[in-house]
Design a protein around this ligand. Structure first.
Ligand SMILES: Cc1cc2nc3c(=O)[nH]c(=O)nc-3n(C[C@H](O)[C@H](O)[C@H](O)COP(=O)(O)OP(=O)(O)OC[C@H]3O[C@@H](n4cnc5c(N)ncnc54)[C@H](O)[C@@H]3O)c2cc1C
Length: 309
């Protein structure tokens, strides 16, 4: 049995793990994907304090991970598919393909956000279709003519990174210009790149494959673009549908849809169960705010556990 079980090893979960282990709590962190979550998918984070020249997100997150490990956090790679309150003082997490549940005295949801999926015919198993901006998802032979769907900052970062590898990069933006959603630094950077073409006031209509590999995409103005890879950056969602019926309150309001509702102590509707980082309501989506949550939640866990012993 652990004092605290953290679900998710992004910036918030890792910071919680570092601080919980530092305080002497027996800590387990369960991650279903790569260590570092969203922050690890970006090649340069420029607004995280302490790195005047910016820092590669993966590098920053691997430093967080090493710190948690050194302080004694126990890490498990698994997809958590079930959560249950066993008693007033005990919780279990059920993981996919694992018969042994994880038992803990407190639980922290640090499950973040995932990129929205395309729901077009053929999009389920098409090779060359990627979600989020990380260039590293695609084998190099796919990075010739590529497209980015979306126009927020993640799409901007994808376009800038892809321009280093691909001969042409199309950015498909449904709005009249980029400046409605993308930060001005990224817009300026994109304007200097000769191989990036922004197509405004257009949306994706269909994707067409050849041998189940992306061949071309068609826009809603009828334009066909021959691309070998499409990076879909059309917003993110808190995937909390699996928590339905668990007793944890989930928001259904605009702007917080799907997010876990917490109070000022990051406590959910169940005592002993906390939510931090992008998955909780009213959060500003930044690495530094995720770190702030991960750090301060530990004090609330300590207070909670003291009250139970
Ligand atoms: C491309 C991109 C660029 C960004 N650039 C910046 C930037 O420059 N500066 C900045 O401040 N912020 C930036 N952000 C935002 C920032 O990265 C996030 O706000 C922050 O990292 C959120 O951290 P988190 O721990 O809350 O969630 P996440 O990073 O989303 O981590 C959640 C983790 O939980 C895991 N998980 C989810 N469900 C389960 C489950 N059921 N079982 C097990 N594991 C699970 C996920 O796999 C993931 O690893 C960027 C985000 C993106 C996507």
């Amino acid at each position: 049995m652990f004092d605290v079980a953290i679900i998710g090893a992004g910036a918030s979960g890792l910071t919680c793990a570092i601080n919980a282990s530092f305080e002497g709590l027996s800590t387990v962190m369960v991650e279903k994907g790569g260590i570092g979550g969203q922050a690890a998918t970006t090649s340069k984070i420029e607004n995280y304090p302490g790195f005047p020249q910016g820092i590669d997100g993966q590098k920053l997150m691997s430093q967080f991970y090493m710190q948690a490990e050194r302080l004694g956090t126990h890490s498990i790679v698994a997809n958590v598919t079930g959560f249950k309150k066993e008693s007033d003082t005990l919780f279990t997490l059920v993981t996919e393909n694992d018969t042994l549940p994880i038992v803990a005295r407190s639980v922290v949801f640090a499950t973040g956000l995932s990129f929205r999926r395309l729901h077009l015919p053929g999009s389920d198993n098409m090779r060359g279709l990627y979600y989020g901006p990380s260039v590293h998802q695609a084998p190099s032979e796919y990075l010739k003519n590529v497209a980015v769907l979306g126009a927020a900052n993640s799409a901007g970062q994808a376009a800038i990174n892809l321009a280093k590898y691909a001969s042409s990069v199309y950015v498909i933006n449904k709005k009249p210009s980029l400046d409605q959603v993308m930060s001005s630094t990224l817009i300026k950077d994109i304007a200097t790149l000769k191989n990036v073409q922004v197509i405004n006031k257009c949306n994706l209509a269909t994707i067409t494959g050849k041998d189940n590999k992306l061949h071309f995409i068609t826009l809603d103005n009828g334009q066909e673009l021959p691309v070998s890879a499409l990076f879909v950056c059309i917003g993110q969602l808190a995937d909390t549908s699996w928590l339905q019926g668990s007793g944890i309150d989930i928001s259904s309001t605009v702007g917080n849809f799907g997010k876990i509702i917490v109070d000022e102590n990051l406590l959910t509707s169940i005592p002993g169960v906390f939510a931090i980082g992008d998955v909780r309501n009213n959060q500003v989506h930044r690495v530094s705010t995720a770190v702030g949550d991960g750090s301060r939640v530990v004090q609330h866990i300590l207070d909670y556990l003291k009250g139970k012993s």
